[in-house]
Design a binder for this molecule. Sequence first.
Ligand code: SF4
Length: 364
Amino acid sequence: MNKLIGLYIHIPFCRRKCVYCDFYSLAGKDDIIDEYVKAVAKNIRLAGGTFDTVYFGGGTPSLLSGRQISDILSAADIAEGAEISAEINPDSADPDKLRDFKAAGINRISIGIQSLDDSELAFLGRLHNSAQAKNAILSSRKAGFDNISADLMLGLPYQRTETVVENIARLSELGVRHISAYMLKIEGGTPLSENQELISHIADEEFSADMYLEAVNCLERNGYKQYEISNFAKEGYECRHNMKYWRCEDYLGIGPSAHSCMDGKRFAVPKDIWGFINSEKQEEVITDDAPCGISERLMLALRLSEGFLLSRAGEYADRLRAAAVPMEKHGLLKINGNRIILTPTGFLVSNEIICRLSEVLEER
Ligand code: SF4
């Protein structure tokens, strides 16, 4: 049987750039979407492989039509029972579009909700309001989607913890099965990074930490189990595609800025849409030719609630366990039999914990 791999397809088009966003996407280029779709399908055919997860990310995949989604999926050998996700934005996902996506084979929808508070959505420069966000969820359900995810942002200017808690409860009532809750990051070169007025109203570290912990508690109360630092799901609705990233499994990325980890190499496609459309085959620049060593596996596994399996650490297992004991005493992690698992408080300082534990791997 062929090895089953994940397929990420980058859709680098947006209606307008949001003020905080540094993803590779272009606004106002809808006229080249058809050409782009052809180039994506061609590259999928050239790469070959059998996929048990497919993820349309962006950018804004909901700017594609159902037919374009179908053209791309037809180019791929997709295993039976595959998870096929598409990110959508509430302002470009009307009921007809959602029905077309379902008919094309999408079975998981990830909605860029970000907030259900209109003033927060306005700071972020989003094109939708909270009513459209709720309608996108309801329309997804009407179109037949059960596996619905929503993105939420934490640590926004002027944000109150109460708003976050209300948003989570509302998403649960609306039937959302999975929530990705990310802290806002100020990325250099974005309009937000130059808006000192807004930045001055972003929560400080202590308040952000409290907000994150309160959000984790509220998500748990509403039945969303934390399975990764920023990801929470009702039973059985964890994102299978994203799990591949954290478990160091193979995935192929198609499109400018897409990353891959395949056959013991990591590579990335340059952020150049015209180069991608016009070349025979997408350019792939090696970023790491020996990925998924112990330290990388440790770093990725500690993001997950399943944690890091000490038996994978070979000769380092005893020393890792010894280094973890004092952190367990401080409530930052648990040593559960053969696993090291970070607590929610530990997730907040995961970089420091990973650094400490990685030092053990460097000792001779
Ligand atoms: S819609 Fe998403 S990808 Fe597009 S600009 Fe906004 S945050 Fe970035």
